[in-house]
Design a protein around this ligand. Structure first.
Ligand code: AMP
Ligand code: ZN
Length: 437
């Protein structure tokens, strides 16, 4: 196979040189971090008062972890390292409607991020003759604008179609001869079933490959999409705290995702003991962003579970590969690619006085997509045989939940005492999706 590199020197850099580069960038990043109120305190307490206190990559261990909780506490500007006037963009985690984890970028940050996404796209064989349909949510979520900019940087014709509306997606694919797609794996499966339903002939399309990410999926699911759509599917991993897409991506070997170590310093730890996991062992990925000035984030606990591949990759890239993400070490749910914490749902429903004491969150497959149902007990006073007030309440809960978590749940109201009560720790979430990862 012939491989194409976006930046051959960096992508195939000998490990020694790569580590020197990482150390220099880590020191720079610590310098930026020390300008933020959050890290001034956190690093100060750990005895890191200047970038010169970091003398080797081993000194990373002196830096405390940063959690999503810390980011929330630091909202809005606790992690900002540059003057507000220098900031040109912000993004947030999917499923959040505002506050919690906001990341700021200056012009240089956007430029560097775009180059990482371009590196991923180019490494799968894309060129400027490709037509790229970006079927993912635009907006605060990083997947839309991140891939959009990366695609343009490669020189492809980018169609900012956004997610949803399959009929229009087919029309765009046919009208402009789309060759490359980006979507969540579940949306790709949905597209395929709608194609059959609507009688769109595969031969009328020029599809070659797709990038699929934002949610966990198995090797079997990848193969299924590849066979059904006759395309190559590449796994794409990223998170808003580390800019978004462009953190780790499969090369044409499709044996693990190269994590771009010149931009992101990776560790894998045991989520319980927080000790470094043994070589090749599964654990939680911890990332330090080495390519962003406006919002430096050090040793971020991603909560994503993976392991490093050992040994080199046939493509010649020297950046280590991670295995596809198998799950999370916290209770975050990913529903059709959108992050949802059970606590977000609880906050909304428990604030309503009509709501009783018990509720149950259920996620199941509806065809290839995920469906979220929230079953809620109402207080005896609010329960009646008259369905009108109950329907109005149901609609109010549905709307408020949708505004908070950005996805549309199915709401069911139940009489007080009718939902199952678990002995011991309450079971509030039932994830009935098949676990095939
Ligand atoms: P967000 O900050 O909204 O971009 O969400 C990031 C989270 O989405 C990650 O921490 C992962 O849990 C999940 N995620 C993103 N890409 C993948 C992928 N390729 N496989 C599994 N999970 C993913
Ligand atoms: Zn490779």
């Amino acid at each position: 196979m012939t491989y194409q590199y976006w930046n051959e020197k960096i992508e195939t850099m000998p490990r020694d040189d790569l580590e020197k580069l990482q150390l220099a960038r880590l020191k720079d990043t610590v310098g930026f971090a020390l300008r933020t109120p959050f890290y001034q305190k956190r690093l100060g307490e750990a005895g890191v008062k200047s970038p010169d206190d970091i003398r080797s990559l081993a000194d990373l261990a002196r830096i405390p972890f940063t959690t999503k909780h810390d980011l929330r506490d630091g909202f809005p500007y606790g992690f900002l390292a540059v003057p507000r006037e220098e900031v040109v963009r912000l993004h947030a985690s999917s499923g959040t409607t505002g506050a919690p984890t906001t990341i700021y970028f200056n012009a240089g940050d956007i430029d560097r991020w775009t180059a990482y996404v371009a590196r991923c796209i180019y490494g799968t064989g894309c060129t400027k003759s490709d037509v790229f349909q970006n079927m993912i949510t635009y907006g605060l979520f990083t997947g839309g604008l991140g891939f959009h900019a990366g695609g343009e940087r490669v020189g492809m014709l980018v169609i900012p179609s956004g997610a949803g509306n399959t009929t229009r997606q087919f029309r765009l694919m046919q009208d402009f001869g789309t060759t490359v797609l980006h979507a969540t794996p579940s949306f790709l499966l949905h597209v395929e079933s709608r194609m059959r339903e609507e009688g769109v002939a595969r031969e009328s399309l020029r599809l070659k490959r797709a990038f699929a990410g934002a949610e966990p999926y198995s090797e079997d699911t990848r193969r299924r999409i590849e066979e059904l759509l006759h395309i190559d599917v590449y796994n794409s991993y990223g998170l808003s705290e580390m800019n978004g897409p462009g953190v780790a991506f499969e090369c044409q070997e499709k044996k693990g995702l190269h994590l771009w170590e010149d931009g992101y310093l990776a560790e894998i730890i045991d989520p319980e003991s927080c000790e470094s996991a043994a070589e090749g062992q599964s654990g939680e990925l911890v990332l330090t962003c080495l390519c962003r000035e406006a919002t430096p984030i050090l040793r971020y606990r991603t909560r994503d579970l993976t392991a490093f591949y050992t040994g080199p990759c046939a493509c010649g890239r020297t950046h280590r590969r991670i295995r596809r993400i198998t799950g999370r070490s916290d209770d975050m749910l990913i529903i059709n690619g959108v992050n949802v914490f059970p606590s977000q749902i609880e906050e909304v429903i428990m604030a309503m006085r009509e709501v009783g004491n018990n509720y149950l969150i259920e996620i199941e497959k509806d065809g290839v997509l995920d469906r979220l149902s929230v079953k809620i007990e109402v207080t005896p006073e609010s329960f009646s045989d008259d369905t009108r007030p109950l329907n109005a309440l149901k609609e109010k809960i549905r709307r408020t939940l949708q505004a908070s978590i950005t996805i549309n749940p199915r709401v069911e109201l139940h009489e007080s005492g009718s939902l199952p009560v678990s002995e011991g720790k309450a079971v509030r979430v039932r994830d009935k999706r098949p676990k095939d990862v």
